[in-house]
Design a protein around this ligand. Sequence first.
Ligand SMILES: C[S@@+](CC[C@H](N)C(=O)[O-])C[C@H]1O[C@@H](n2cnc3c(N)ncnc32)[C@H](O)[C@@H]1O
Length: 213
Amino acid sequence: MKNWVEWHLAYDDPSSGLVRRLAHVRRRVLAALEQAPAGEIRLTSMCAGQGHDVFGALAEFDRAADVVGRLVELDPLNVAAARRQAVPGIEVVEGDASVTSAYFPADVVLACGVFGNLSDEDVRRTVTLLPMLCREGATVVWTRHHDAPDLTPSIREWFGEAGFEEVGFDTEPGYSYSVGTHRLVGKPLPFVPGVKMFSFVGKPFDGRRSPRS
Ligand SMILES: C[S@@+](CC[C@H](N)C(=O)[O-])C[C@H]1O[C@@H](n2cnc3c(N)ncnc32)[C@H](O)[C@@H]1O
């Protein structure tokens, strides 16, 4: 695999872990949307790729017209692919997702395919800063592989320390993905643009057998 466009090809293979992971992400995003009170629902997706998770969830959501969303993705070909799926109310921004300026505080925040590509320190920093990207009661849906050394126990602790409660943690025997869902029960942090959250250091192929997420 040479690039982040090819990474998405695993979504075309029904036997891939990525397809199984996607089903959990969509279900968790849809559940978060469904519990939102009447009125506008704000959604953001960090390193959004081609947006299969967001667009899949919205296709199932009766109030999709209420959703104002922003997907942030750096790769122009992935941006173009996401824009081909885009629905009214959802913008796909070609830009750097690592800085808070890319976002607005949202009710549903996706951080999928991100934490496996950051240093542990930056995962912690990002989780700690996530309340800045959240409105009150927001839900964050995130993913991370749990191959050794498994960072997910620490990530779940860091969410707790940042004011979130765990709604779900989905895994499946024989697959290395995990899908975490956390709801902000503490106060959002005041939104400050220009804060650098992470350096994305992952490569789409680094010699390991399966694509990481
Ligand atoms: C592992 S993929 C995940 C894509 C999508 N979230 C998913 O789960 O299907 C990581 C994505 O992050 C994008 N990316 C890498 N660095 C980025 C940055 N600084 N800002 C925005 N996107 C970035 C890549 O182009 C790639 O599409």
